[in-house]
Write a protein that binds this ligand. Structure first.
Ligand code: ZN
Length: 272
């Protein structure tokens, strides 16, 4: 058992996330790498990803194991760094104050966004107990958000929709709470083998879900084209952002996954 998993097991049950973060920050401290999300100086990054065979078999981008990927302090990996790059280089560049809704907030990206002074930040999740370290967190169901229509400029929602039974309703809610010129930054594990989405809501066994979808609590495995089609069906215009296309030096420096795109979805009426 690795040092990391031992620490996680022992501390997870009793210590608040902020304390666990501080502990890991000390235990992994070093001068070989600095996490751009939480700012920790650490001696190594750690592997991140799932080991279910289906992830390799269906070439699931955003699911397969990547070595040297995640910060051992905040656990932020390439997906959080990709969203950080897009926020820093594209969305938050004009100095305008922006309202951000962060769904199931990743701790590293939360740490990074806390350093921004020009945003109004709201976090939300169904399970408040997982996010006790985020005082602003609003407990809510993604398919029935307690926010006004058009009340956010940015919604960040990563690796959530594959857990939601009525994902189209959740997509529709994200679209509703976005301002007409707003942007949703979305990510899910995406099968890239061209065989489409595998989904059967009658499958409830964690083992079968792991076999078919790559994780015990996933309700489907999206095919890349179908995920975009579902977003379009609720009123989004979909485009893809790959850090290596527009910011190759930064993407390289941030150790992004060249195969992974950020899915950028905008309410269709706003796309001229
Ligand atoms: Zn970090």
């Amino acid at each position: 058992m690795s040092v990391e998993s031992t620490i996680r097991q022992i501390s997870g049950a009793v210590l608040p996330q902020a304390v666990r973060f501080g502990l890991r920050r000390v235990l992994f401290s070093g001068d070989r790498k600095r996490c751009p999300l939480c700012g920790s100086a650490v001696r190594t990054f750690i592997a991140h990803g799932g080991s279910a065979p289906v992830l390799e078999r269906r070439q699931v981008v955003g699911g397969m194991i990547r070595l040297d990927d995640a910060c051992p302090a905040c656990h932020g990996g390439d997906r959080a760094r990709l969203k950080m790059l897009y926020l820093e280089q594209v969305l938050l560049t004009d100095g305008r104050r922006q309202r951000i809704l962060h769904v199931a907030p990743e701790f590293g990206l939360y740490q990074r966004l806390k350093r921004e002074t020009n945003i109004d930040y709201v976090a939300t999740d169904l399970d408040q107990t997982r996010y006790r370290h985020i005082p602003e967190l609003v407990t809510a169901d993604l398919t029935d958000l307690p926010f006004e229509t058009a009340s956010f400029d940015v919604v960040i929602c990563s690796h959530v929709l594959e857990h939601v039974p009525d994902d189209r309703k959740a997509m529709s809610e994200i679209c509703r709470v976005l301002a007409p010129a707003g942007t949703a930054l979305l990510m899910v594990p995406l099968a890239t083998d061209g065989l489409g989405t595998d989904e059967d809501l009658t499958v409830t066994s964690p083992r079968e879900r792991d076999d078919r979808y790559g994780q015990y609590d996933h309700l489907r495995l999206y095919g890349r084209e179908d995920f975009a089609a579902r977003l379009e069906s609720v009123g989004f215009e979909v485009s893809y952002f790959n850090g290596f296309d527009q910011f190759p030096a930064l993407a390289d420096q941030l150790w992004l996954n060249p195969r992974e795109n950020l899915i950028v979805a905008r309410p269709r009426a706003s796309v001229g």
